[in-house]
Design a protein around this ligand. Structure first.
Ligand SMILES: *[C@@H]1O[C@H](CO)[C@@H](O)[C@H](O)[C@H]1NC(C)=O
Ligand SMILES: *[C@@H]1O[C@H](CO)[C@@H](O)[C@H](O)[C@H]1NC(C)=O
Ligand SMILES: *[C@@H]1O[C@H](CO)[C@@H](O)[C@H](O)[C@H]1NC(C)=O
Ligand SMILES: *[C@@H]1O[C@H](CO)[C@@H](O)[C@H](O)[C@H]1NC(C)=O
Ligand SMILES: *[C@@H]1O[C@H](CO)[C@@H](O)[C@H](O)[C@H]1NC(C)=O
Ligand SMILES: *[C@@H]1O[C@H](CO)[C@@H](O)[C@H](O)[C@H]1NC(C)=O
Length: 204
């Protein structure tokens, strides 16, 4: 019930906020619509790299943070909208999670946003004590299927996702209201079911 009330709030809120623009279908790097429930890796420009996770040893012990890493392959995410939509649009509230995380994080793989003292007012995208909210994908440059991520959270606050370096040299994803540039992302289809199926039949 709590979730339903929250979603209702986001539907009204996003409808009011985005009423002047029309919903656009979000496209992956090959120009295909992003599928609700599909698997995607995210690459970024400035900093150039891939969205991945990093271990952070903080006050609360070891946790995972969402980062940009230039030397690692992109970590696959699963992108789900609770809306009954087949193609994800720029109006779809979203939950993003990492696939195939090591235990114990695989039990709670959703990206969540939380306050972290090191970043003052900024809010981190990571896997710990969440603020309630939803992500949205918003256009950045449609020529290159480039998008930015926006997070709507408690008390009607909203910020775009950008990057800040932490004291360990990690490029952490943060939710910020203005002082950081939005992170520009491109979605890569990681649904490889047909490839896997043909590999299996060749082995057999
Ligand atoms: C996404 O990946 C997971 C884990 O590999 C798999 O179980 C799931 O079927 C995939 N989803 C799609 C839509 O391919
Ligand atoms: C989703 O996108 C595909 C490809 O553009 C299109 O054929 C299909 O009709 C779309 N589905 C919905 C429900 O809009
Ligand atoms: C998108 O990229 C093209 C080509 O680099 C550029 O001409 C255009 O101004 C860009 N649009 C935006 C909104 O940045
Ligand atoms: C973050 O670190 C990279 C190198 O690791 C550096 O190039 C960049 O300027 C730093 N960004 C900020 C905002 O400090
Ligand atoms: C990127 O990932 C590699 C391999 O996991 C790691 O060695 C490196 O420290 C990471 N760099 C940053 C900036 O997170
Ligand atoms: C993603 O790639 C798989 C395998 O090539 C393909 O079956 C699927 O249709 C693609 N998904 C989209 C949304 O383009």
């Amino acid at each position: 019930m709590k979730t339903n009330a929250l979603l209702e709030f986001f539907f009204f809120f996003s409808a009011a906020l985005f009423a002047i623009t029309t919903a656009e279908i979000v496209l992956d790097s090959e120009g295909h619509p992003l599928k609700n429930g599909g698997n995607y890796s995210l690459s970024t420009t400035d900093p150039t790299g891939e969205i991945a996770y990093a271990y952070i040893n903080g006050e609360g012990g070891l946790s995972l943070a969402v980062v940009v890493n230039s030397s690692e392959a992109g970590w696959t995410t699963n992108i789900i909208s609770p809306c009954a939509t087949q193609n994800i649009t720029t109006y779809s509230p979203l939950w993003i999670s990492f696939l195939n995380l090591p235990p114990p994080w695989n039990e709670n793989p959703l990206w969540v946003v939380t306050h972290e003292p090191e970043f003052g007012e900024a809010v981190m995208v990571m896997i710990e004590e969440p603020l309630s909210g939803c992500f949205f994908i918003k256009p950045f440059n449609s020529t290159y299927s480039q998008y930015k991520l926006v997070f709507f959270y408690e008390h009607g606050k909203c910020g775009h996702v950008g990057v800040k370096n932490d004291s360990h040299g990690n490029h952490r994803l943060v939710v910020t209201e203005d002082e950081v540039q939005p992170l520009v992302v491109v979605f890569h289809n990681e649904t490889r079911d047909e490839v896997v199926a043909s590999d299996i039949s060749m082995v057999v």
